[in-house]
Design a binder for this molecule. Structure first.
Ligand code: ZN
Length: 128
């Protein structure tokens, strides 16, 4: 028979339960960083979201036109910040550090990976 963690609510193996002030909690919650249960989004998720935003703000555009037609386009700001967003999004999954709003944190991380990848492709001028 499995039990539920009192903090994150996941099903847990009876052998991997820990007693705490909150009652029985899972291994992950028992060893989670101090602020894991208090911050809705972990700092790595916030940084990933910030990098996506920065990829739209930080612009280092390089445009070459021939007879008024764009023949080359690069936005290194979008490439670099987009790549950072992808890495931070992936890091969130590697560390499984989503914050206490797990589903939301996971959604933001996935969004950062997808949007970051999009910004890299855009910044490299592959849409032109
Ligand atoms: Zn838990």
């Amino acid at each position: 028979m499995s039990k539920q963690c009192n903090v994150c609510g996941i099903e847990m193996e009876p052998a991997l339960t820990f007693m705490s002030e909150q009652g029985e909690i899972c291994y992950a919650c028992a060893y989670a960083p101090e602020d894991a249960g208090t911050k809705p989004l972990s700092s790595v998720v916030m940084m990933a979201a910030g990098a996506v935003a920065a990829s739209y703000v930080v612009s280092m555009e390089f445009i070459r036109t021939v007879n008024g037609e764009i023949v080359a386009f690069k936005d290194w700001g979008a490439v670099v910040m987009g790549a950072v967003a992808v890495l931070l999004g992936l890091l969130t999954f590697v560390k499984k550090d989503f914050g206490s709003s797990r589903g939301l944190g996971m959604g933001v991380a996935i969004g950062a990976i997808l949007l970051g990848a999009f910004r890299v492709v855009y910044g490299l001028g592959l849409f032109i």
